[in-house]
Write a protein that binds this ligand. Structure first.
Ligand code: FAD
Length: 391
């Protein structure tokens, strides 16, 4: 089989890459190892409404629920509320990712991409050192797909990066170990995404409830890899269920890792671009990665089309992708990484102080930057090391 571009991975990053490249006239093949795109879901499914609409026109069935805002709980039980449009990246819509991911893959197919499910990429084919395709296993049959360009959109456990010689190593500190239940419970707040902070709840991480409507929610938590051990995330999640949702009925469960390293220095190699979780483009503070994967995927697809028409697949020829994703999401990711590095070291007493200090402030109309500035004004000593980031 021959084509212009092979996209490995049919998540949001891969589908957006395949869609953009096919729309620009490339002959695109997208490989997905699972038999059903989007299933199983390893995600709390939250995205910013405004940012999603900037990229695609979402179909109503992609969205489980629309929330009014986010509520953040300190370990001592005090809470603050932020409105939906100010809460940032992962508040607004709670998606139905099984349908959403499939919907994006269908957009790629409509643009002309060939989608091959149950097809696992096994390695890059190289000739005289240059990438010239992907070897894969399709429903038990080995296949070879010749192409001068490959986009690695193969998620947190990405192998494409390693095959291309791109350093994607994650330290234990740079991965959040997550567990999540899909829970039915009358006590779930259908209107607000909830975040629970505290070192006994989720050490160097946080717990969440992302409502999907009709008293159903993704309830989960992520803890820093170096503070985890086998089964720890699930144990802590059961503990959270007991204290917060004692009558909750668990109907599904997922475990998974979320990179929080900040992006890799370079997401390109000769003949290869990495997007989304594969390029560690997940927000290190919140763990949100759907929108960044989509943005980077769309850019990579466009750059692939230019590279094919220029006949230049070298690292230099793909430099535009590097420059554009860094310009678009790189600065926010770098800032989030610094904030995350600070917040993971806070004690429960510090968190109580920070959230408690906002009790008399009207933060409903503030974005994260505005809230950080108020927090700095009220807690200068505690937040001094973040001065240059906040002011
Ligand atoms: C518990 C949890 C909660 C999260 N909650 C949120 C949230 O609320 N909001 C948010 O924005 N983000 C969230 N994320 C992060 C989000 O899920 C990811 O950032 C996002 O899915 C990244 O998209 P992607 O396309 O890069 O990778 P993925 O969605 O992981 O897609 C990669 C695809 O590649 C396929 N693949 C892998 N290897 C191969 C191979 N060799 N051959 C063929 N196919 C392959 C996989 O099967 C998969 O379908 C969460 C993550 C976790 C773990």
């Amino acid at each position: 089989m021959k084509c212009d571009l092979v996209v490995v991975g049919g998540g949001p990053g891969g589908s957006m890459a395949a869609k953009a490249a096919a729309a620009a006239g490339l002959n695109v093949v997208m490989l997905e190892k699972r038999q059903e795109i989007g299933d199983p879901v390893r995600c709390a499914e939250g995205v910013s409404k405004r940012s999603l609409h900037k990229m695609v026109q979402p179909e109503p069935e992609w969205i489980s629920s629309e929330v009014k805002g986010a509520r953040l709980y300190a370990p001592d039980g005090n809470s603050i509320v932020m409105s939906e449009d100010k809460s940032g990246g992962e508040v607004g819509y709670v998606l139905e990712r099984k349908v959403f991911d499939r919907g994006l893959a269908m957009l790629a197919a409509q643009a002309g991409a060939r989608v091959m499910v149950k097809t696992r990429a096994l390695g890059l084919i190289k000739k005289d050192g240059a990438v010239c395709g992907v070897s894969a296993m399709r429903i038990g049959e080995p296949i070879q797909i010749e192409a001068p360009l490959v986009i690695g959109a193969d998620g947190v456990e990405s192998k494409v990066g390693r095959w291309a010689g791109i350093d994607t190593t994650l330290k234990l500190d740079d991965i959040e170990s997550c567990a999540q239940f899909l829970v039915q419970d009358a006590s779930i707040d259908d209107d607000y995404t909830e975040f629970f902070l505290g070192n006994s709840i989720a050490p160097s991480g946080y717990a969440w409830s992302f409502p999907k409507g009709r008293k159903l929610a993704n309830i989960g938590l992520g803890i820093q890899g170096s503070r985890s051990k086998p089964g720890e995330a699930v144990r802590l999640l059961r503990q959270l269920m007991k204290s917060r949702f004692p009558n909750g009925r668990v109907v599904e469960m997922v475990v998974g890792g979320d990179p929080c390293s900040g992006p890799i220095n370079s997401a390109i190699a000769d003949g290869v671009m990495l997007v989304g979780d594969a390029a560690r483009q997940t927000d290190p503070l919140t763990g949100g990665g759907i929108l960044n994967a989509m943005k980077a995927g769309a850019i990579a697809g466009e750059v692939a089309a230019k590279a094919i028409s220029a006949g230049d697949f070298t690292r230099k020829g793909l430099q535009e992708y590097e420059a554009r994703w860094k310009e678009d999401i790189g600065k926010t990711l770098a800032r989030s990484f610094q904030l995350k590095e600070f917040f993971v070291k806070l004690t429960d007493k510090d968190i109580n102080q920070l959230i408690g200090s906002l009790a008399k402030e009207d933060i409903t109309k503030m974005d994260l930057g505005g809230m950080l500035r108020v927090l700095f004004r009220l807690n200068p000593k505690l937040l001094w090391s973040l001065k240059s980031l906040i002011i």
